[in-house]
Design a protein around this ligand. Structure first.
Ligand SMILES: Cc1cc2nc3c(=O)[nH]c(=O)nc-3n(C[C@H](O)[C@H](O)[C@H](O)COP(=O)(O)OP(=O)(O)OC[C@H]3O[C@@H](n4cnc5c(N)ncnc54)[C@H](O)[C@@H]3O)c2cc1C
Length: 438
């Protein structure tokens, strides 16, 4: 519930843009440190989960990984996976728990830093200023659909995964699902379970088994320290940040997503969709490679778990390894839309970042903010909630709180230093030369 804060014309020590789990975590951590701030949310808290997830959606990560600062998951199913409406309620309950200084229904359209070193935020409810800003607008902005979508005939219904709700939303007939990241795999399964004929264009995403040797693989990886690994430990940090997530599901208590089993049971699998020509779809001949790769990654994770169990002499039940239940006999290079009876397409092809409203020299050539643990080279401008901002869980419930705590310390220290020096750390200022160095 919005409190009666009217930001227009006001000045705040800190403005947090975005009231999702990242923005709320930031607010909680700033409150803990006594830092005055405001949180500006374009829609309502929980918007992303409420409006951009399908009806059967549930978390892929177990509930115990929901560790919002001061408010870890408190339900009776820590090993389960909250469904969409429970996730929304978790966030709403968080708001009720600490009453952040939240303004909902206001969008920040422009952010710039004045020569005086103050941030100006232009919003749909007027302008205001802040000494420091945290951009917590999420990692997934604009639905990404390849331009070839325009070549599909007009009578084919097209939806992006963020607009998919359930099988009944699509016209009768077969569905083409493009992409096998987490969304594509889960949507293909959703349609498959509803008895819809599904054609699936399989990409190169890896997979992970749900359970192995008596526990959720996430629990093993957590114990093995995997989620504490910092991005600084990777030589290819840029590539790590762009990696596609492993596919698996939390549906019905959690299980593997095995595309080969879907194929055995009637789903039609293809390689990557490479083109649309008239009434024909064209696919790369990488189906076998992609399936083999996904399995190899899943089995590699099991190897690591086995090694950990062995090294620590842990009593864990043995478990036979995965044996492929289906192999592609042929790799169809094309498919006629009409012959296949395809009447709709679900583009599960991800999202693009959109930070164009931020006027600051902090982005690389791909539009990714250059930062260290969320702090940028523009003094006072910070990001929170980016995938792999610091660790695997940065863009997830698991570690957004840890990152928020780190940034809150940094923001608080910058504020205190600015009180002494008259400027934010690193700001171009006559005073900078007066700072004691060395
Ligand atoms: C399909 C899918 C499945 C996922 N599954 C899991 C999972 O199982 N477990 C897990 O931990 N994570 C999962 N995630 C990742 C992550 O938890 C979510 O993306 C989550 O929504 C990120 O939270 P956030 O607060 O960083 O961003 P968001 O939830 O995107 O919140 C950002 C907020 O900022 C607001 N906003 C944007 N621009 C502006 C602006 N200019 N002015 C004001 N407000 C603005 C938006 O309205 C939004 O409410 C999943 C993500 C996706 C897409």
């Amino acid at each position: 519930m919005s409190r009666a804060i009217r930001p227009a014309g006001a000045h705040f020590p800190v403005a947090v843009v975005g009231g999702g789990q990242a923005g709320l975590s930031m607010s909680y951590c700033l409150r803990q440190r006594g830092v005055e701030h405001v949180v500006i949310e374009a829609n309502r808290v929980g918007h992303e989960w409420r409006e951009r997830r399908w009806d059967s959606f549930c978390l892929v990560t177990p509930n115990w990984q929901c560790r919002l600062p001061g408010y870890p998951y408190r339900g009776d199913d820590p090993d389960g996976f909250m469904v969409r409406d429970e996730i929304v309620r978790y966030l709403e309950d968080y708001v009720a728990f600490f009453h952040p200084p939240l303004v909902e229904g206001v969008s920040v359209n422009r952010l710039r830093r004045t020569p005086a070193g103050v941030f100006e935020l232009s919003t749909t409810a007027g302008d205001f200023t802040a000494d420091q800003v945290v951009v917590a607008t999420g990692p997934y902005h604009t639905p990404s659909v390849p331009p070839m979508a325009q070549r599909l005939p007009d009578d084919i219904v097209q939806v992006h995964s963020s607009r998919y709700r359930g099988p009944a939303q699509l016209p009768d007939g077969a569905v083409l699902v493009v992409g096998t990241g987490q969304s594509g795999c889960q949507i293909a399964e959703d349609l498959h379970l509803a008895g819809r004929p599904v054609h699936l264009a399989v990409g190169s995403a890896p997979r992970v088994a749900r359970f192995y040797r008596g526990r959720d693989c996430v629990a093993w990886l957590d114990e093995m320290g995997h989620y504490d690994r910092s991005i600084d430990e990777f030589d290819d940090a840029g590539a790590v940040r762009m990696r596609v997530n492993h596919y698996v599901t939390g549906r019905d208590g959690g299980r593997d997503i095995d595309l080969r089993a879907f194929a055995r049971d009637g789903m039609r699998l293809y390689g990557r969709l490479t083109g649309i020509s008239g009434m024909a779809l064209e696919f790369a001949d990488d189906l076998k490679v992609n399936l083999d790769h996904a399995d190899a990654v899943a089995e590699g994770i099991k190897d690591a778990i086995d090694a950990y169990i062995g090294a620590h002499d842990i009593a864990a039940p043995d478990e036979p390894r995965y044996v492929p239940v289906w192999e592609p006999a042929e790799q169809p290079g094309s498919l006629g839309l009409e012959a296949a009876g395809i009447t709709s397409v679900v583009w599960s092809t991800g999202f693009r970042r959109d930070h164009r409203w931020i006027e600051a020299p902090v982005f690389d050539g791909r539009g990714y903010p250059m930062h260290w643990r969320g702090a940028t080279s523009t003094p006072g401008l910070h990001f929170l909630g980016l995938p792999w901002q610091h660790s695997w869980g940065s863009g997830r419930f698991e570690a957004v709180g840890r990152d928020a705590g780190f940034l809150a310390d940094h923001i608080d220290a910058s504020r205190r230093l600015a009180d002494v020096c008259g400027t934010l750390t690193g700001a171009p200022s006559e005073l900078a030369s007066a700072l004691p160095i060395g």
